[in-house]
Design a protein around this ligand. Structure first.
Ligand code: CDP
Length: 211
């Protein structure tokens, strides 16, 4: 079983994907980490994030063993990741790794921006998780405060809006809801309710396929 979960920054898709994978005994890949790692490696080599040759070379040389590094989750890398993620040759270099991960038995949950549209268009289940920019900024601001990072709500909201715009308007695999994805708006849902709704969608689909 392959479950595709897409959506914008701080929509709750990562937390949901992790819990869904644990619940159904599937592997989980946070594909944002791939783009974050490419941005990290381009910087480490002294390259520019918007240089297609430097970014594609870093993507081709990416060592998946380094995806566990805790520094990949740093807030500043999200912005850097969205710059390299707009380069088509970077996306092409990362595609096979994601597809191979998805197809390994017993299946997997992948979360990102283009899983249901490009990486796994044949996924058994697709969920597009979203929430208003204000709610997402509030969540991300709280997360940052919890980690002791200095940030204002307004600054976080601005970052989120800029990243949404860049991710949705690029030519290469733009962030969008697949036509056959279930739309899960978590603006007014806590994580428990969002999780239960997603599990209901998955079981419902699985039941339909089995009947
Ligand atoms: O956790 P957060 O939503 O802040 O970011 P992320 O999921 O780690 O993704 C960081 C950036 O990587 C996004 O803004 C996208 O530009 C890019 N990305 C992508 O283009 N395609 C994916 N499948 C996953 C992430």
């Amino acid at each position: 079983m392959i479950i595709a979960i897409d959506g914008p920054a701080a929509s709750g898709k990562g937390t949901l994907a992790k819990r869904i994978a644990a619940h159904f005994g599937l592997a989980h890949l946070d594909t944002g980490l791939l783009y974050r790692a490419v941005a990290r490696d381009v910087r480490a080599r002294g390259g520019a994030l918007d240089d297609p040759d430097a970014a594609a070379a870093a993507a081709r040389a990416l060592d998946p063993a380094t995806l566990d590094a805790p520094d990949l989750r740093a807030a500043g890398l999200g912005e850097a990741a969205s710059i390299v993620a707009g380069i088509a040759s970077v996306r092409a270099a990362l595609l096979q790794f994601q597809r191979d991960f998805a197809r390994r038995p017993p299946g997997a949950v992948l979360d990102g921006r283009d899983i249901g549209t490009v990486v796994c268009p044949d996924a058994d289940i697709k969920i597009y998780v979203t929430a208003s920019a204000e709610v997402r900024a509030r969540r991300r601001h709280l997360e940052k405060a919890g980690r002791g990072e200095a940030a204002t709500y307004e600054g976080v909201l601005e970052d989120i809006r800029r990243r949404d715009k860049r991710d949705a308007s690029r030519d290469a695999a733009p962030m969008q809801q697949a036509p056959d994805a279930f739309l899960l708006d978590t603006s007014n849902l806590d994580i428990e309710t969002a999780f239960n709704t997603a599990v209901g969608v998955i079981l419902g689909k699985a039941g339909q396929r089995g009947s």
